[in-house]
Design a protein. Structure first.
Length: 438
């Protein structure tokens, strides 16, 4: 009963939001100079309800009202539904020859607004509704202690899921296959399916995002295969990623030029030396390239570092593990700000324009780090390095060198344009909150 009540609440809230958004868009476009926007104001709002019905139907088809997704996975489903709904609406209007009564410009504004604000609306509503224990989904986790703690922590931190661990009274079951035999996993699935409607199985292989994989069925032998593809080796995906980099960089170019002028003035006022720091880094296919950063260190940095390490030998061991110093004496006053905000890496937009880097990808490793990459080197250097990446939004300097490598490999194995988009958005949050920055 609780499940259906919550689903009904979410659907009703989405419908009401779409209606309110319609009025807001009508009001906002009243004074805009669009050829046929004014025609919209002479139509009854009920004439637009078919659009809202299509949107809700497609979001239901994406199971946004029946499954509890993470925010980004749900947002992806919202975007997918809205894009498809947009083209369906245009096609229906064209086929019914009523397109002249509707403004294409208005419909476009409405759908773009929906893409921006529906995720915000859902986030606000779920933040409110999940404060009530009644609406939180109780889940039993069948796993070893390590995996159990991982899921309990996820449920506590990721409130958007609306889930909580409960081993006594539960509505769904998550079965982790790690450290468990196939026989025991199958037995657990059978056991809990007789008690509950929903059972979720966590595969033992955790380095692959199976949400982006295709499942093939072999009905005669009752087997399934899961297609795993290295998407960043697919020429079509490489082309799509390059186009994505170019378009986003083009949009950011005015902001970059303004920021460049401002940063240049600050660096020149703070200390003597060049604006850019240039250093050879490992690039795609193990080809070195000259990587740009804004200078954050004094010109006599080598002597400053030598004197500091002589006085603080414990920093040598720290650098070996994290490839950073806790208190680097070489950094200028402006340099500390640039590093804390990651603005020093904004200069790498130049490398993106030159085709040497991507906006998102593995970090550009120093040439002297080549051997330390060890078994990760071949996979990491198969793709262009990025200005930001998965490791930057997953702990940044709080991660060890090996942990960064593992995240780079996970990103490469599970790449998608949506993942790049999410990482870019998360990077803004991380930079603003200065997580792990030094």
């Amino acid at each position: 009963m609780k499940k259906y009540l919550l689903n009904l609440f979410v659907i009703v809230v989405d419908i009401l939001f779409l209606i309110v958004l319609l009025y807001i868009c009508l009001y906002a476009t009243t004074d805009m100079v669009f050829t046929s926007v004014s025609l919209m104001h002479h139509l009854f709002v009920k004439d637009f309800y078919f659009v809202i019905f299509i949107i809700i139907a497609l979001m239901y088809h994406e199971k946004l009202y029946t499954l509890r997704y993470d925010f980004w996975q749900e947002t992806k489903g919202v975007f997918k539904s809205l894009v498809l709904a947009y083209f369906i609406v245009l096609a229906l209007l064209g086929f019914s020859k009523t397109s002249l009564e509707y403004s294409i410009s208005f419909i476009t504004i409405y759908f773009v607004s929906a893409m921006l604000f529906i995720p915000v609306s859902k986030r606000c509503f779920k933040k409110l509704i999940y404060k009530f224990a009644f609406f939180r989904k109780k889940v039993l986790i069948v796993a070893n202690q390590e995996e159990l703690e991982v899921f309990k922590k996820e449920f506590e931190q990721n409130w958007y899921l609306g889930m909580e661990y409960n081993q006594n009274s539960y509505e769904a079951v998550i079965i982790c296959s790690k450290d468990t035999s196939i026989y025991d996993v199958n037995r657990s699935i059978t056991k809990y399916l007789t008690k509950k409607r929903s059972v979720y199985v966590v595969p033992y292989v955790t380095e692959i995002n199976f949400a982006n994989s295709n499942i093939m069925e072999y009905s005669n032998i009752r087997y399934n295969t899961i297609q795993i593809e290295n998407k960043l080796l697919n020429p079509q995906n490489i082309w799509a990623k390059n186009i994505f980099d170019f378009l986003v960089t083009l949009m950011l170019l005015p902001v970059f030029l303004f920021a460049h002028l401002f940063i240049t003035i600050l660096i020149k006022l703070d200390s003597d030396g060049a604006v850019f720091f240039k250093q050879y880094r490992l690039g795609k296919d193990d080809k070195d390239f000259l990587c740009y950063k804004y200078r954050t260190m004094y010109e006599n940095s080598d002597k400053l570092l030598k004197d500091y390490l002589d006085a603080n030998p414990d920093e040598v061991a720290y650098y070996e593990e994290y490839h950073k110093y806790k208190n680097d004496p070489r950094i200028t006053k402006i340099g500390k700000i640039l590093r804390a905000t990651s603005l020093d890496e904004l200069a790498q937009i130049i490398n993106v324009l030159k085709g040497e880097m991507s906006l998102v990808g593995p970090r550009p490793y120093m040439v002297i780090e080549s051997k330390k990459l060890a078994e990760f080197k071949e996979a990491i250097l198969k793709v262009k390095p990025g200005i930001t990446g998965l490791w930057q939004v997953s702990g940044r300097n709080n991660l060890t060198f090996k942990q960064r490598n593992e995240l780079e490999i996970w990103y490469i194995k599970n790449w998608s344009l949506w993942a790049d988009f999410v990482i870019l958005i998360k990077t803004i949050k991380v930079v603003l909150s200065k997580v792990g920055a030094r």
